[in-house]
Design a protein around this ligand. Structure first.
Ligand SMILES: *Cc1c(COP(=O)(O)O)cnc(C)c1O
Length: 406
C-alpha cells in the first residue's frame, strides 16, 4: 500500500492556499471553496477528508478516473527514462500514437500539441493556408453560434458566445457565425470565400447540444462544393466520450471531417492535444510552417497509447451507462417539471433546467457529488469512463434530494 493510501483522512495544509490565491493569482476563476488533495477511481478527496463522487472529471479529462494503476505505473517508469527532448529528435511513442490515431480516426496524419486551444490554433492556420493557396480572398471561417473553441485570440474568434469575446474585440477578421442545426442559414453563409467550416459534433460549453446528422452531412457537402476544409472540434465530445472513438463515428456511414481535433481526455490528465488531418488538409502544412516545444513528448504520448488500449474495453459500457444515466434523469424530469430536457450521447450528459443551475451544483457538492453547470441552466455530467450504474444511482438519489428544495 502506497504512502498516499495510508494517509489519514484529513490532512493539515501548511499554508492557507485559498488566501494565497486571492492575493497572488489573477482573479479570473470563480473556484468552489474546496481544496482537492487526492483522487482514487471515481472519487476525489478534499484536504478536509471529505469524499466526493467525481462526475465532472476535471471537465472531461480524467477519463479513467484518478490514479488508475496502469497509468500510475507507466508514468513512474517513463519519468525515470525520459520526459522531454523537444521535437528536434524522434521519441519512442509519437509515431506509434500517430499510427493508432490514424487507425481509430480514419484520418491520415497527426500533429501533437499541449491543449485543445492549441489544436484549434493549428487548425486555423491550416484553414488559412488552404484558402490562401487558392485565393487571397479565401480566408473566411464559418463557425456556429453557441460554440466554444478555446480562449486564445484565434480560438476565441471562432467561439460563438459573446460573453467570452466581448472584452477582447476586435478579434480575428473573417469569421462568419451561423446557428447550429440550421441548414438554410448555413447554405447562405458558405461561399467560395470560405476556407473552413468548424463544428463541435456535440457542443459542450454551449450546453450539450448534439448536431443533427442532416446538418452535418450538408456541411460536408458544402465544404466539398466550395473547396473548404471541414473541421470537427472533438475536444470535449471525442476520444471515447460518446461510446465511439469519435463523435462523428456515431453516424453510419461515419461522417468524415478533413480535420478532427482532440485533447481533454486523451492523455488521462496530462496535457496533450492533437490535430488529425486527411492527406488533403495535412498538405497545408509544409516543413517549418508550424511547431511546438513541448507537444508530443514521450510521457504524454505513451500515456495516450496506454489509454487507447484500455479504452477498447470500455466503449460498450460508456454507451450503456450513459443511456442508463439519461434514462434515470428523464425519470426525474417526470417528477420535477423544471427539468426541461435531457440530452447527450454516451457519457456526455446535460439536463437543461428552467431555473439557474449554480446553487443546485453547490448543493450536490455539499452532498458529495461533483457535476457542473454550463450555459447557466444546463447541469452537465462528464463522468470518468469507468463510472458504474451504482455511481449513477448515487448521483440521481443526491440530485433528487437536492431538487426537492426548488
Ligand atoms: C475545452 C475545449 C476547448 C479548449 O481546450 P483547452 O484544452 O482548454 O485549451 C476547445 N474546444 C472545445 C469543444 C472544448 O470543450
Amino acid at each position: 500500500m502506497s504512502s498516499i493510501e495510508a494517509n489519514p483522512a484529513q490532512i493539515t495544509l501548511p499554508v492557507d492556499v485559498m488566501a494565497l490565491e486571492r492575493q497572488y493569482l489573477l482573479q479570473n476563476y470563480a473556484r468552489y471553496p474546496v481544496v482537492m488533495h487526492r483522487g482514487k477511481g471515481c472519487y476525489l478527496y478534499a484536504a478536509s477528508g471529505k469524499r466526493y463522487l467525481d462526475l465532472i472529471s476535471g471537465i472531461g479529462v480524467n477519463a479513467l478516473g484518478h490514479a488508475h494503476p496502469r497509468i500510475v505505473k507507466l508514468i513512474r517508469e517513463q519519468a525515470g527514462l525520459l520526459l522531454h527532448t523537444s521535437n528536434l529528435y524522434y521519441n519512442d511513442y509519437q509515431g506509434p500514437l500517430a499510427e493508432k490515431l490514424a487507425k481509430v480516426s480514419g484520418l491520415d496524419r497527426s500533429f501533437f500539441c499541449n491543449s485543445g486551444t492549441e489544436a484549434m490554433e493549428g487548425a486555423i492556420k491550416m484553414m488559412h493556408s488552404h484558402g490562401r493557396a487558392i485565393s487571397t480572398e479565401k480566408y473566411e471561417i464559418v463557425s456556429l453560434d453557441n460554440s466554444f473553441h478555446g480562449r486564445s485570440t484565434g480560438a476565441l474568434s471562432l467561439t460563438g458566445q459573446p460573453k467570452y469575446r466581448a472584452d477582447f474585440e476586435p478579434l480575428m477578421p473573417g469569421v462568419r457565425f451561423t446557428p447550429p442545426n440550421a441548414i438554410a442559414a448555413l447554405e447562405t453563409v458558405v461561399s467560395a470565400k470560405t476556407a473552413g467550416i468548424v463544428i463541435e459534433v456535440i457542443q459542450g460549453e454551449g450546453g450539450i447540444n448534439p448536431m443533427d446528422e442532416a446538418f452535418l452531412r450538408r456541411a460536408r457537402q458544402l465544404a466539398d462544393q466550395y473547396d473548404a476544409l471541414l473541421v470537427f472540434d472533438e475536444i470535449q465530445c471525442g476520444v471515447g466520450r460518446t461510446g465511439t472513438h469519435f463523435a462523428y463515428q456515431l453516424f453510419n456511414p461515419a461522417l468524415m471531417p478533413d480535420i478532427a481535433l482532440a485533447a481533454k481526455p486523451i492523455s488521462c490528465g496530462l496535457p496533450l492535444g492533437v490535430i488529425m488531418a486527411n492527406e488533403k488538409a495535412a498538405a497545408t502544412i509544409k516543413p517549418g510552417m508550424h511547431g511546438t516545444t513541448f507537444g508530443g513528448g514521450p510521457l504524454t504520448c505513451r500515456v495516450a497509447l496506454e489509454f487507447f488500449d484500455i479504452l477498447e474495453g470500455l466503449l460498450p459500457s460508456i454507451t450503456r451507462t450513459g443511456d442508463y444515466f439519461r434514462e434515470r434523469l428523464r425519470q426525474l424530469a417526470t417528477k420535477f417539471s423544471f427539468i426541461r430536457n435531457v440530452r447527450g450521447r454516451g457519457l456526455m450528459i446535460g439536463a437543461e433546467l428552467d431555473i439557474p443551475g449554480k446553487q443546485i451544483v453547490l448543493d450536490c457538492m455539499e452532498a458529495g457529488v461533483l457535476l457542473n453547470c454550463t450555459h447557466d441552466t444546463v447541469l452537465r455530467y462528464l463522468p470518468p469512463y469507468t463510472v458504474t450504474e451504482p455511481h449513477v444511482d448515487t448521483a440521481i438519489r443526491v440530485l433528487a434530494k437536492v431538487l426537492k428544495k426548488y
